[in-house]
Unconditional design. Structure first.
Length: 239
């Protein structure tokens, strides 16, 4: 199981939002490069970067992302405000390894087949959800799409890497949504899980599901879990 620390960017700072609410923000660092290097030194599998300003339509942190990509050797996957193939190209040109798309892909702004031309290993499909329904536009809009059928449809098209985030639990340290994970368990080996992870026991449970990886945010920044301990659990031979 892989461990990817989350680097959520807003106004050039490293932050966390509680349930995606920009009015409920915790600022952890004014130096994203230093924070990224901290996770690099800990030997994380990669960096999960979210441009919150771009996701909310209030700006972007592209220059910061470019600087991180130029100074940190960890693989990077980036999401937030990627609305076109031009945006995708821009990310790849600065050294980002994978792009994360939710809104643009799920609402048809980007053609699903065209996006796959970059390679199924270079695109992460973000399936953010509340009560089993997909949410988009910075979690402000709930679609008439249910989690399992949507995942199955995209799998049949050819997508192979998914990020399932429990939006109602993200940043809350409430524990991940086991019931939702049960419903999509057959795709676990192709899935990153995020939202509410709060303990090493949570990580052990997720390892038991054989998920591809976990995205860790507040639980690392609040020092509830030490990243080296998280990595040790993830890489251990047993659950």
């Amino acid at each position: 199981m892989e461990v990817w620390p989350s680097l959520d960017l807003m106004g050039g700072r490293v932050v966390r939002l509680i349930r995606g609410d920009p009015k409920n923000v915790i600022v952890y660092s004014h130096d994203p490069i230093r924070t990224a290097k901290r996770w690099e030194e800990a030997e994380a599998n990669g960096l999960h970067i979210v441009d919150l300003d771009a996701a909310l339509g209030i700006g972007n942190n592209f220059q910061t992302i470019e600087r991180v990509a130029g100074q940190v050797k960890l693989p990077m996957q980036v999401g937030g405000g990627i609305h076109s193939l031009e945006d995708v190209d821009k990310m790849f040109q600065v050294g980002v390894n994978r792009v994360i798309l939710g809104t643009a892909l799920l609402t048809g702004k980007i053609d699903a087949s065209q996006l796959l031309e970059y390679g199924a290993d270079r695109v992460v499909v973000a399936l953010d959800h509340v009560d089993g329904r997909i949410v988009v536009d910075g979690w402000k809009r709930k679609l008439q799409l249910e989690l399992y059928p949507t995942l199955r449809r995209l799998w049949n098209i050819g997508y192979r890497i998914f990020l399932c985030t429990s939006a109602e639990r993200d940043g809350t340290l409430m524990g991940f949504n086991v019931s939702q994970l049960d419903s999509i368990r057959q795709f676990a080996r192709n899935m990153y899980v995020a939202g509410g992870i709060s303990s090493l026991n949570d990580l052990k449970t997720l390892k038991g599901y054989n998920v591809l990886g976990v995205i860790l945010g507040r639980v690392l920044y609040d020092k509830i879990i030490d990243i080296k301990e998280a990595i040790e659990v993830a890489r251990s031979g047993s659950c």
